[in-house]
Design a binder for this molecule. Structure first.
Ligand SMILES: [Fe+2]
Ligand SMILES: [Fe+2]
Length: 321
C-alpha cells in the first residue's frame, strides 16, 4: 500500500493491512489535508482494480471502509461539479442531444490550459520528462481500465462503439499491443520502473485527483455520461500532443519503446476521438438525452484535471507556461 500522507490514510492503511485486522477499529479520523484525502481515496479505489499484496481483499466491500469511500467520493464530486458550474456560468449547460459532438469540439477548442506536450517537444530536459512519465504512469499502467466498467451501463449503439475503442486499447487480442503494456515497456526503455503502481508515492495530489475522478466516473452507473464525456475529451486531446511528446523524446535521445507508445497514439487516437465524440457520446445523448449535460461535465473535468496536473508540474519546475 502507499505511504500514508496524514491521519486518514494512516488509519486506512492500518485498517486494510491483512496482518493487523484489529488495528484502527475506531471510526476514521478526519483527513489532515487534500493530499491525505486523495491518497486515501486512491487506495480505496485500487481495491477495485488489482488490490495490494499487503491489504485484505475484503476491504473493498467492508461497510466501515465503504463509508469512508462514500464520503470522499461525495466531496470529490462536489468539487468537480462546482468547478464546472463556475466554468459554465450562465451558459446553457445542456446542449440538445444532436449537438453533443459539436459541443465537445467547442469545449476542447476553447481549452487554453498549459500544454505539457508543447513543453516536452521543445524545451523540457530529461528530468522533467521522466517526472511527467512517473506522474502519468499512475494512470497509464491501467490505461482504459476505468472506462471498461461503463460498458454494461450503456445503450446498444454506444456500447458497441465503446467496445470497438476498448478492443484497440487492449491490443486487439495481442498482449504485446495492449496500451498499458506498451507504456510499461516504454518506462523500462527510459530507465524507469514499470511495475504496476510503482510511482504512487511520488504522485502529486493533482495526479491522484485525476485518477480518482476517472475511477469514480467508471464505478458509478449514475456517472456514466461523465465517464464517456471524459473519455471523449481525453481522446480528442491525445493525437497531436502524442506526436509532440514523441518528437520531444526523440530530441532528448529517449527513443525506443516510449516513442513507440506515443506513436501508437498518434494514429489510434485520431480514430478514437471520432468514435468517442460521435459514436459513443453522440448516440448516448440521442438515446438518453438527460446525459447530454453530464457528458459535457465529464469532458470539462478531463480538460480541467489535465491542466491542473500540467500547472502543478510547471510550477514545480519553475516554468512559466
Ligand atoms: Fe491508449
Ligand atoms: Fe485511445
Amino acid at each position: 500500500m502507499p505511504k500514508p500522507r496524514g491521519a486518514l490514510s494512516e488509519w486506512l492503511v492500518a485498517r486494510l493491512a491483512a496482518a493487523s485486522p484489529e488495528a484502527s477499529r475506531g471510526p476514521a479520523p478526519a483527513a489532515d489535508s487534500r493530499d491525505d484525502e486523495a491518497i486515501a481515496l486512491w487506495t480505496l479505489h485500487e481495491l477495485s482494480y488489482r488490490g495490494f499484496e499487503d491489504a485484505s481483499d475484503r476491504g473493498e466491500r467492508e461497510p466501515e471502509v465503504l463509508v469512508v469511500r462514500h464520503l470522499l467520493e461525495d466531496a470529490l464530486e462536489d468539487r468537480l461539479r462546482s468547478r464546472w458550474a463556475d466554468e459554465a456560468g450562465s451558459a446553457d449547460p445542456a446542449p440538445a442531444a444532436d449537438d453533443v459532438p459539436a459541443a465537445l469540439e467547442a469545449l476542447v477548442a476553447a481549452d487554453d490550459g498549459p500544454s505539457l506536450a508543447d513543453h516536452v517537444r521543445r524545451h523540457a530536459d530529461v528530468d522533467q520528462v521522466l517526472e511527467m512519465l512517473r506522474q502519468r504512469s499512475v494512470y497509464q499502467l491501467k490505461e482504459a481500465d476505468p472506462t471498461t466498467w461503463v460498458v454494461p451501463r450503456l445503450p446498444t449503439r454506444a456500447k458497441a462503439a465503446l467496445m470497438e475503442l476498448q478492443f484497440d486499447e487492449y491490443g486487439n487480442g495481442d498482449p504485446n499491443r495492449l496500451h498499458a503494456h506498451l507504456f510499461a515497456r516504454g518506462l523500462e526503455s527510459v530507465g524507469l520502473r514499470s511495475e504496476y503502481g510503482a510511482y504512487v508515492d511520488d504522485a502529486l495530489p493533482e495526479t491522484l485527483e485525476l485518477n480518482n475522478s476517472l475511477t469514480m466516473f467508471g464505478l458509478h452507473r449514475r456517472l456514466r455520461g461523465a465517464a464517456m464525456g471524459h473519455l471523449a475529451a481525453f481522446e480528442m486531446t491525445s493525437s497531436i500532443p502524442a506526436r509532440k511528446i514523441a518528437q520531444g523524446l526523440g530530441r532528448l535521445g529517449l527513443d525506443g519503446a516510449m516513442v513507440g507508445y506515443y506513436d501508437e497514439h498518434v494514429e489510434a487516437d485520431a480514430i478514437h476521438e471520432q468514435v468517442a465524440a460521435h459514436d459513443i457520446c453522440g448516440t448516448l445523448a440521442e438515446d438518453e438525452p438527460e446525459q447530454a449535460a453530464e457528458i459535457l461535465f465529464g469532458a470539462f473535468t478531463c480538460l480541467d484535471l489535465e491542466s491542473r496536473v500540467a500547472g502543478a508540474l510547471f510550477s514545480a519546475w519553475g516554468v512559466d507556461a
